[in-house]
Design a protein around this ligand. Sequence first.
Ligand SMILES: C[S@@+](CC[C@H](N)C(=O)[O-])C[C@H]1O[C@@H](n2cnc3c(N)ncnc32)[C@H](O)[C@@H]1O
Length: 227
Amino acid sequence: MIEYEKIVPWGRSYTEYVSMFNLTPDFLSKKVLGCGDGPAAFNGVANAFGGNVTSIDPIFKLSAKDIEKRIKETFTEVIDQTKANMEKFNWEQFGSIEGLGTIRMKSMKQFLNDYEQGKEEGRYIEARLPELPFGDHSFDLVLCSHLLLLYSDMLDLEFHFQSIDEMLRVGKEVRIFPVVDLNSQPSKHLDKIMKRYPNSELVKVKYEFQKGGNEMLRIEHDADQKS
Ligand SMILES: C[S@@+](CC[C@H](N)C(=O)[O-])C[C@H]1O[C@@H](n2cnc3c(N)ncnc32)[C@H](O)[C@@H]1O
């Protein structure tokens, strides 16, 4: 299985999560789990707004200081990679590569400021797909941003099946964004995943940083499912 060290710690903003997952304000009254949230600002801001969001990620075994160190180590590499592939992205939202860097760092600092308190409150839990340390039907909504499907070249189909089964075990509804891979091509696993889960659909969203990456995969818990 892929080591999480190969998947970069990179955190998006609360507003990006809201757009990527088509979240309407009523999500703040739901129990939400974010899988692989890493250093995103979503958990901290949503909970400050009265929401009930829990995040899991293997990097939550690290201290804030060590996560900050990893962010700093990978920041330039990620920005340079994006710079080398400028044409694969839409720049209306961020304006420029510098704008992207500024917004990402702001989100990750928001995360770092919230992290120790969030850990104490049980909002940041160290765990990794395909296993989740929660009982059946613990959440209304289970999100996964920029992990499943995006890293299709590193995470095989079986890993996706096991992870989605587990997300559906703990939640009533699963949303995964994006459905394109790191090269902005539709994930090679997508068709097989949609065949396996008949209650799945692609939903257009108002967020498209990777060109063509403006759809999320939504899967509802099947009432006939055993767990
Ligand atoms: C590219 S980041 C995305 C972070 C955040 N979801 C966002 O969109 O801003 C991918 C995250 O997945 C986490 N990750 C890697 N392997 C994982 C696994 N098996 N289960 C859960 N999270 C994992 C990494 O630690 C990292 O924080």
